[in-house]
Design a protein around this ligand. Structure first.
Ligand code: APR
Length: 234
């Protein structure tokens, strides 16, 4: 029988943080949906899918350079720092994120599973090369083979990297506390992942400023800003 008391990190051994754009909102990075969301201003069909990149790589890079510049001006917030602290204090703590902003790593978190890739990595699909790149704007945009470097991001209609998916599934199966932070839970297959922890009997917490389509699946629903609700679980 689940009590309604807010779960505390100290009572668990294998904590998994499953994070989304709402965690980075307090750093000043817009979320995707809802007021001022990226996809309310930009159509992914023109800026964030392979078809758009094939059609007009310069336009797609202009969009991603804007995102790089915006993220580069931001710092991790208390929410990121609490997660990194919990991971330092409790070694079996894992982070699976949908975020591409790199703020988990910048706050000191380790072994972060980036399900949707990273703004700070590029790849040449012709030469099958992937490399880190933190230039703003990204230069040069073309690889020495002449092909355009592509942001190493999982865009709409892309498949997730099976290695990341497998690693995330393993971690969700093993966790005894799942904390979902700042995600609307509408993008699959990522949104399917928390169900693995639910089925395996973990305690489940959803942190969000509002209800989501998957809220009813969670045992605990903490309503408020990510940094404040995470602090309440310490
Ligand atoms: N604290 C907690 N939750 C917040 C905060 C905050 N300060 N601010 C916003 N939220 C919540 C919103 O209520 C919303 O439910 O964060 C959620 C953000 O949802 P989305 O914008 O849909 O972002 P996310 O769920 O991460 O998107 C998933 O969709 O566009 C693709 O690949 C992209 O990784 C992304 C995926």
């Amino acid at each position: 029988m689940t009590t309604n008391a807010t779960p505390r990190f100290g009572d668990f051994h294998r904590i998994l943080f499953f994070t989304g754009a709402g965690l980075s909102a307090e750093s000043g990075i817009p979320t995707y949906r809802g007021k001022g969301g990226v996809w309310t201003e930009y159509d992914y069909e023109d800026y964030a899918c392979q078809r758009a990149f094939a059609r007009d790589p310069e336009k797609v890079w202009d969009f991603h350079d804007k995102r790089r510049a915006a993220v580069a001006r931001c710092e991790p917030n208390d929410g990121h720092r609490i997660i990194a602290d919990v991971q330092r204090e409790r070694a079996d703590t894992a982070v699976v994120t949908q975020n591409i902003d790199g703020l988990h790593a910048r706050s000191g978190a380790r072994d972060v599973v980036e399900l949707h890739g990273s703004l700070w990595r590029v790849r040449c699909d012709r030469e099958r090369v992937v490399r880190d790149d933190v230039t703003v704007p990204m230069t040069p945009r073309q690889c020495s083979c002449g092909a355009y470097w592509r942001p190493d991001i999982v865009w709409f209609e892309d498949a997730l990297d099976p290695r990341n998916l497998e690693r995330a599934q393993e971690l969700l199966l093993a966790c005894d506390l799942l904390v979902s932070v700042g995600t609307s839970g509408v993008v699959y297959p990522a949104a399917e992942l928390p169900r693995i922890a639910m089925r395996s009997g973990a305690t489940t917490v959803e942190i969000n400023v509002e209800d989501t389509p998957v809220s009813a699946l969670y045992q605990h629903r903490l309503r408020g800003k990510a940094s404040e609700m995470l602090a309440a679980m310490r």
